[in-house]
Design a protein around this ligand. Structure first.
Ligand SMILES: *Cc1c(COP(=O)(O)O)cnc(C)c1O
Length: 457
C-alpha cells in the first residue's frame, strides 16, 4: 500500500515511513492511495486481536507479515478483557453503547496507542534506532501514549497538556508514571496552542531530523487504521442490514476511521459527528462554514478543540482528492481563521455524515436521562454522542453510540448530573495518591526545543 499527502507536495511513502513520519513533509496528512475493500462477512469471530489483524493487514502489507501482525495485535490488546475488548450493550431498543474504555487508561485511545507503540517498537528494533515522541493532548491521548511507550527502549516521550484544562485524574495518569523516558509538560495555553507547538517543531526539519521526532497524535495514519476495527466488530454483533454510528468528536480521528470502514465496505447508514460547545465541525457540516472560534473549556475536555486536524483528510476526499484545493483551504484557515466549503464538497460530506452538538446542560441532562432509564452511567463525552443521536434514531437501522471514556475519569461531571460518584476501577485507584512529576513551559517553541535538547542526550 502506498500513501499520498493531502497537500500533494510530499513523496509517496509506504506504511512504515508514514508511521514514523506522522505529518507529511508538505504539512499534509497521509492517506492510502486506494481504499482497500474487505468482505465483512469474512471477519473472524474473535478474539479481538485476530479481528484487528484481519482489518488492518491491507494497510500494512509491506511492513509486516500476517503472522507478525498477529503477534503485534495480540501484545497490544493483551491488557484488555480477554473475552471481549470492545463490549456492545443494547441499552434501549436498537440503541447501543459500544464500550471502548476497558483498556489500561480507560478511554478509547488505548486501542490505537497500544498498537502504535507495537508498530514503532517493531520498526525501531529492526532499524536499531531511537526516536523522540512529541505529542499534544487534550487529556486522553497523553496518558494512553505514556502508558503505551513507558517501557519502550526505543523512545523518549514528551507530552504537552494545557494547564487547567485536563481533569485531575487525566493529569495524574500522565504524571504518576515512573519512567526515565517519559516527560509530561504542562503548557501555559490551551490544547490548540499545544498542538501548534508540536506542529511548529515538526516543521523545523533540522530539529526534526536531529532528534528523530515522531508523532503520536491522531493525525498518524496508524492510529486511524487501528480505530477502523471496532466499527467492524460491533457491526458483526448485531443482526442488521445497516447500522449508524454516533461518535463524540474532537480531532475527527475516530469518526474518520468510521468513514474508512464504510469505504471498505461496511454497511453504515449515517455517521453522526457529535460535538460539545466547541462545535466547529457541527457548524461546518450544517452550514458549510468552517471558521475557528475561541476554545471553550467544557466538562468533556477531550473534545475542547477548534482545529480538527483529521478533517483535512475528509476535505481532501470531498474535493475529489484535489490536493491543490485542499492546500489552499488550509492556507485560508491559517490566514483568515476559516473557509467556506463549496457546495459539491458539502454534499459529498452530507452524503455520509450528520452532526449535532450538546452544551453543558444538555450533556448533564443526557447523563441523567440515560441513568434514569437504564441504570447505566456514561461519561460526559459519551453523553455528547447520545445527545446528538437521539433525534436521529431511525426505525430501520440500529444506532451504535461510541462510549469513549469510563465515567470514573470524570467524576465531577457525573456527580453534578446524577449526584452519584462513579465507581473507581482498580486501575485508577492505584494512582490517585501517588506523587506527581511534571515540568511547566510557556507557549513558546524555543523553550520547548531547549527543554527537549536538555533531556535527550
Ligand atoms: C479523544 C477523545 C474524543 C475525540 O476523539 P477524536 O478522534 O479526537 O475526534 C472523544 N472522547 C474522548 C473521551 C476522547 O479522549
Amino acid at each position: 500500500m502506498k500513501y499520498i499527502s493531502t497537500r500533494g507536495n510530499a513523496p509517496e511513502l509506504g506504511f512504515e515511513n508514514v508511521l514514523l513520519e506522522g505529518l507529511a513533509k508538505d504539512g499534509g496528512l497521509y492517506i492510502p492511495e486506494i481504499w482497500p475493500s474487505v468482505d465483512y462477512k469474512n471477519l473472524p469471530k474473535g478474539p479481538y486481536f485476530e479481528q484487528a489483524a484481519f482489518i488492518i493487514h491491507p494497510f500494512v502489507d509491506d511492513f509486516v507479515s500476517k503472522e507478525e501482525l498477529l503477534s503485534l495485535t495480540e501484545r497490544a490488546y493483551s491488557q484488555f478483557p480477554l473475552d471481549d475488548a470492545a463490549p456492545l450493550k443494547e441499552i434501549q431498543k436498537d440503541n447501543y453503547l459500544l464500550e471502548l474504555y476497558h483498556g489500561p487508561t480507560l478511554a478509547f485511545k488505548d486501542f490505537a496507542m497500544l498498537l502504535l507503540a507495537e508498530f514503532f517498537n517493531f520498526s525501531l528494533k529492526k532499524r536499531n534506532k531511537k526516536i523522540t515522541i512529541l505529542g499534544a493532548t487534550s487529556g486522553d491521548t497523553g496518558s494512553a501514549a505514556i502508558e503505551a511507550f513507558k517501557d519502550s527502549e526505543h523512545a523518549n516521550v514528551f507530552i504537552l497538556f494545557p494547564e487547567g484544562r485536563v481533569s485531575d485524574i487525566q493529569r495524574k495518569q500522565m504524571t504518576t508514571v515512573s519512567s526515565q523516558s517519559v516527560y509530561p509538560i504542562e503548557v501555559n495555553g490551551n490544547f490548540d496552542d499545544c498542538q501548534n507547538l508540536v506542529k511548529n517543531l515538526f516543521q523545523d526539519l533540522e530539529f526534526k531530523n536531529q532528534y528523530s521526532l515522531a508523532a503520536i497524535n491522531s493525525i498518524n495514519w496508524a492510529r486511524v487504521a487501528a480505530q477502523i476495527v471496532y466499527y467492524f466488530t460491533s457491526f458483526q454483533k448485531i443482526d442488521a442490514e445497516k447500522v449508524s454510528f454516533s461518535v463524540p468528536t474532537g480531532n475527527f480521528g475516530d469518526i474518520f476511521a468510521g468513514w474508512v470502514a464504510k469505504k471498505m465496505g461496511l454497511p453504515i447508514d449515517r455517521l453522526i459527528v457529535a460535538t460539545n460547545s466547541n462545535d466547529i465541525l457541527h457548524r461546518a457540516i450544517s452550514t458549510g462554514d468552517y471558521f475557528q472560534e475561541k476554545v471553550q473549556a467544557t466538562i468533556s475536555p477531550s473534545m475542547d478543540i477548534q482545529i480538527s486536524s483529521n478533517f483535512e483528510r475528509l476535505l481532501f476526499e470531498s474535493l475529489g482528492r484535489n490536493s491543490k484545493e485542499t492546500a489552499s483551504l488550509i492556507e485560508k484557515l491559517k490566514n483568515e481563521k476559516g473557509f467556506t466549503i463549496n457546495q459539491s464538497s458539502l454534499e459529498f460530506i452530507r452524503n455520509d455524515f450528520d452532526s449535532g452538538n450538546a452544551n453543558e446542560d444538555q450533556i448533564r441532562n443526557t447523563i441523567r436521562l440515560i441513568y434514569n432509564d437504564t441504570g447505566i452511567i456514561i461519561d460526559p463525552h459519551t453523553a455528547v454522542g447520545f445527545f446528538a443521536s437521539k433525534d436521529k434514531l431511525n426505525k430501520s437501522f440500529p444506532m451504535i453510540n461510541l462510549g469513549t471514556a469510563d465515567p470514573a475519569k470524570f467524576p465531577n461531571a457525573v456527580k453534578d448530573s446524577i449526584s452519584i460518584e462513579p465507581n473507581i476501577p482498580n486501575k485508577l485507584d492505584k494512582i490517585l495518591n501517588k506523587d506527581e512529576k511534571f515540568d511547566k513551559l510557556e507557549d513558546d517553541p524555543d523553550a520547548l526545543k531547549s527543554y527537549i535538547m536538555s533531556k535527550v542526550k
